[in-house]
Design a protein around this ligand. Structure first.
Ligand SMILES: NC(=O)c1ccc[n+]([C@@H]2O[C@H](COP(=O)([O-])OP(=O)(O)OC[C@H]3O[C@@H](n4cnc5c(N)ncnc54)[C@H](O)[C@@H]3O)[C@@H](O)[C@H]2O)c1
Length: 418
């Protein structure tokens, strides 16, 4: 069956971005070949399961696999379009690691055929789609690419960033507007047709470099704005005023909209992507650089605050480890950094509460800390540190904290019910 001119589409990298994309495409009736180097992921998907938690995803995967529209493999096969959604982390030195994109390029090169569309979805530094096209051209000199053959190219190349948020991925994948940046007009046109098979939002056309910069701009904008709130929280502490009240009142101004401070910035995107600009901008991004430093300094600030509240030998209960409320996502989480540093100081017993994670990853589980339920932590700890605004923690009553010293890094306990 042809959907929007496509029959067989391959998604390379079946993680938080690739699996929902593959499952949604398959549920639209396309034949989807999912490719991942992780056997664990491939086996789970072929059993009709998602290998991580995301609302609605399990049912979509189950349905697609049951209807034989989605299957997962470890090596690419022939398809009409290849959608690459592999990781693009940063190195210790804060420069982008494009090795996964290059490996994905090398893996699809042997199965590319004239007429194929290659889409990169991974968040990438400006110029990456051109780098991928150059790599593919080198590996397949028998095919032509847009950088050499323009509109006549055998292979179409597009960069189409993703902006979905964990916890609402399946909904946002369909509802959000989508930027399609092609290396030729035909690349834009054909890639847009693919996205229009499932996107209800607008599909907006541009070139590859602009699309790459748009994605980085979105996250750098968020990072800078959160840094303002985080810096404000330190300034307000100095002046002895409540930052949450200041923000609430300042936001009554019709053109002011300050975001909420917290223990830092986490997740796979906002804490990482601005570096892709800073690294390549050769000193032209001092504001973004400062914002990164402000946000990265916040976990240390929270540690110092809570240490100043605790007496030697006190037990500190840390509520939450995820980087975001009501998720199990621990990637780049500032809450984890706070816990690690508290354990490192070795001055207090540390108890952690994370209701959304069943098994803690070894680098956290191996620390000198105790895991507890919320009730146990409230009973055993003298000091309570709120790190994540999970619903369970927001629903506490004032009487549960009455005999405790506490530090609320999210401002959710300001109006606790009795
Ligand atoms: N997670 C998000 O919220 C989000 C949002 C927007 C953009 N992004 C971007 O999307 C990209 C993917 O992120 P993610 O969160 O899905 O990552 P992820 O780590 O959840 O998934 C990536 C998957 O790719 C697989 N993989 C790695 N190399 C491969 C290869 N050569 N061939 C096939 N599979 C390979 C891994 O095994 C993994 O399953 C990144 O660039 C990220 O920055 C993520």
């Amino acid at each position: 069956m042809s959907v929007g001119g496509f029959e067989v589409v391959s998604v390379i990298g079946l993680g938080y971005i690739g699996l929902p994309t593959a499952a949604v495409l398959a549920n639209r009736g396309l034949e989807v070949i999912g490719v991942d180097i992780s056997e664990r992921a491939v086996n789970a998907i072929n059993e009709g399961r998602a290998h991580f938690f995301e609302p609605e995803l399990e049912a979509l995967v189950h349905n697609a696999v049951n209807n034989k529209k989605l299957r997962a493999v470890t090596r690419p096969e022939f398809a009409q379009a290849f959608v690459i959604a592999v990781p693009t982390p940063i190195s210790e030195a804060k420069s982008p690691d494009l090795s996964y994109v290059k490996a994905a390029g090398a893996s699809i090169a042997p199965v590319l055929k004239s007429g194929n569309l290659v889409i990169l979805e991974s968040t990438s530094p400006v110029g990456t789609i051109e780098m991928l096209a150059a790599q593919l051209s080198e590996l397949r000199p028998d095919l032509t690419f847009p950088q050499d053959a323009g509109e006549e190219a055998d292979i179409l190349m597009a960069y189409c960033p993703e902006r979905i948020i964990p916890g609402r991925m399946v909904t946002e994948l369909v509802e959000n507007d989508r930027i399609v940046g092609g290396m030729s007009a035909r690349s834009v046109d054909v890639a847009s047709k693919l996205y229009k098979t499932f996107v209800r939002g607008d599909v907006v056309a541009t070139n590859g470099r602009t699309a790459e910069m748009v994605k980085l701009t979105e996250n750098a904008f968020r990072d800078v704005n959160i840094a303002f709130a985080n810096e404000l929280s330190k300034v307000c502490d100095k002046f002895g005023v409540d930052v949450w009240e200041v923000i609430e009142l300042a936001n009554h101004h019709p053109r002011v909209n300050i975001l909420q401070p917290g223990p830092g910035v986490g997740g796979h995107c906002i804490a990482v992507d601005p570096w892709f600009i800073i690294d390549a901008a050769e000193g032209q991004a001092p504001l973004m650089h400062a914002a990164r430093n402000v946000n990265d300094s916040k976990p240390g600030y929270v540690v110092e605050k809570v240490r100043s509240l605790a007496k030697p030998g006190d037990t500190i209960a840390c509520l939450g480890l995820a980087y975001k409320a009501n998720t199990d996502d621990l990637r780049e989480s500032p809450a984890v950094t706070v816990v690690e540093r508290l354990v490192e100081t070795n001055e207090h017993k540390v108890v952690v509460v994370e209701p959304n994670v069943e098994t803690l990853p070894p680098h956290i589980a191996g620390l000198n800390l105790t895991r507890a339920s919320l009730e146990e932590a409230l009973e055993s700890a003298q000091v309570i540190l709120l790190l994540v605004d999970h619903d369970e923690f927001k629903e506490l009553r004032a009487e549960q904290l009455v005999s405790k010293t506490y530090y609320d890094s999210r401002g959710v306990w300001r109006h606790l019910p009795a």
